[in-house]
Ligand binder design. Structure first.
Ligand SMILES: [Fe+2]
Length: 363
């Protein structure tokens, strides 16, 4: 643009000397720049923020603040502008201070010669244009990256849901348990006043709670009779194994607290570490209540689901022993219709995605 076609860059000039101000402005307008002039640095600062000029020229000696301080203050108000200091005191201290503090691109002698002024401003305007173009490209890149990240997340989510559904089917004969407790956990967390991003973390942790069972052999997971001591040891490792699996994936790592502690109990009688009270991840405490609710109200191969009211009574009885009392209190405030709506929605979605018949329920 500049140097080839006529220059169209905007220049803001601040100088307490009205004659110099007019002289600079005339020279620049003759060369095709647009100019705005200010005799007060403080007024000029407001204009900088509003106009975001391509180039700012400041006189060094001014009554309110000196030119270097003014240019320094202009940086945060218009980071993309190029800065020129106009001074008769170009000793090395001034130059160093101007470059370091004021991020000054050029220093010109006062009063400037027209050729020198136009050359300096043209070069500064080119610098500003390049800087802006660079910022635009960086912003464009950032937006594209965000979009890519979103696509990766969506696909990972879909993959995980399918994967977790298969794990559920292997373990409990339904494909919907983990997805249901994930949605239930989000609803209960919302009831407790928890906001994003924690809602998403609790939901994801609940979805993946049993992912460590991938490492438990079928002979143990599907065993009909009671597990031996050694088999229990392996079974009880699944929260730790699940936690370890998630450490390798940035956006899942934050949900690993729910996975690690989903079998702990409020009274410390759970596993794998026997943590108690609020030493248990809040997401895991939320999960424990909705997991119990889902287990009680859903038909499983070995028992029929029981009604909502019975599930509530059972959960209330375990408040303060198995469950966090605050979580139980919030759970009991969520109306039955909401749990039913979530259940129906999950079953419809899974049926649509995986062609699986919904399990019978009595919730
Ligand atoms: Fe589990």
């Amino acid at each position: 643009m500049k140097g080839r076609g006529p220059p169209v860059a905007s220049v803001l000039i601040v100088d307490d000397d009205a004659l110099i101000l007019e002289l600079l402005s005339q020279m620049l307008r003759r060369a095709g720049f647009t100019t705005t002039c200010h005799s007060s640095p403080l007024e000029a600062l407001a204009a900088v923020e509003h106009e975001r000029p391509d180039v700012i020229i400041a006189d060094f000696v001014m009554p309110e603040v000196n030119g270097i301080a003014f240019l320094e203050m202009s940086i945060s108000r218009s980071p993309g502008s190029a800065r020129i200091l106009c001074t008769g005191h170009a000793d090395s201290d001034v130059v160093m201070q101007a470059v370091n503090a004021g991020q000054v691109n050029r220093i010109i002698q006062k009063p400037p010669r027209e050729v020198e002024l136009i050359s300096a401003v043209t070069q500064a305007a080119d610098t500003a244009a390049l800087r802006r173009r660079n910022e635009e490209l960086a912003e464009q890149l950032r937006r594209q990256n965000l979009h890519l990240e979103e696509i990766v997340r969506e696909r990972t989510e879909a993959l995980l849901q399918g994967f977790v559904g298969s794990l559920d089917a292997r373990d409990s004969g339904t494909r919907t348990h983990s997805q249901r407790v994930a949605r239930y956990a989000r609803r209960l967390a919302l009831q407790m006043g928890i906001a994003e991003p924690d809602l998403g973390i609790i939901e994801r942790g609940s979805l993946l709670h049993d992912i460590g069972k991938i490492a438990v052999p079928d002979r143990i997971l599907l065993k009909d009779g009671p597990l031996s001591g050694e088999e229990w040891v392996q079974m009880r490792e699944h929260p730790r194994r699940g936690w370890a699996l998630l450490q390798g994936v940035d956006y899942l790592r934050e949900a690993s607290g729910v996975v690690l502690q989903h079998h702990e109990r409020w009274d410390g009688a759970g596993y794998p570490t026997g943590a108690s009270g609020d030493r248990i991840d809040l997401g895991a405490r939320v999960f424990q209540v909705v997991d119990a609710y889902d287990a009680i109200t859903t038909d499983r191969p070995y028992h029929r689901g029981r009604p909502h009211g019975e599930a509530c009574s059972e959960i209330a009885r375990a408040s303060g022993t198995q469950f966090d009392p605050a979580v139980v209190a919030a759970f009991l405030l969520v109306p039955l219709e909401e749990w039913m709506r979530i259940r129906a929605r999950v079953e419809a979605a899974v049926e649509r995605d995986q062609g699986d018949p919904p399990p019978r329920s009595s919730g």
